[in-house]
Design a protein around this ligand. Sequence first.
Ligand code: ZN
Ligand code: ZN
Length: 112
Amino acid sequence: MEFCPKCGSMMKPKREENKIILYCSSCGFSKPLGGEVSSYKFVSEIKHAPDKTMVVIDESKLPKVLPTIRIECPKCGNMEAYWWMVQTRRADESPTRFFRCTKCGYTWREYD
Ligand SMILES: [Zn+2]
Ligand SMILES: [Zn+2]
């Protein structure tokens, strides 16, 4: 925890562009915390719909640049998709790989 050098209030981490800054909500003072968002703490949340077949991705928590992989989109047949890993809440489960078609934007998860 850090305190504002100007007014002594507690400073909170805040995302700005691609950086995390420490921000004082009392006087507006801010300073960089260092490090890119991607190396900071990237956690994606998976929200399961009641039927547990649909997965909703929180877009704001995804890195802006995702790696791509050669894989067939089950919807449009395009052969390239972005992919990323998501650790589910249960620690005993291995991370799930997600894909998003670069062409139609269809998103699916890898079943093992
Ligand atoms: Zn302050
Ligand atoms: Zn597609």
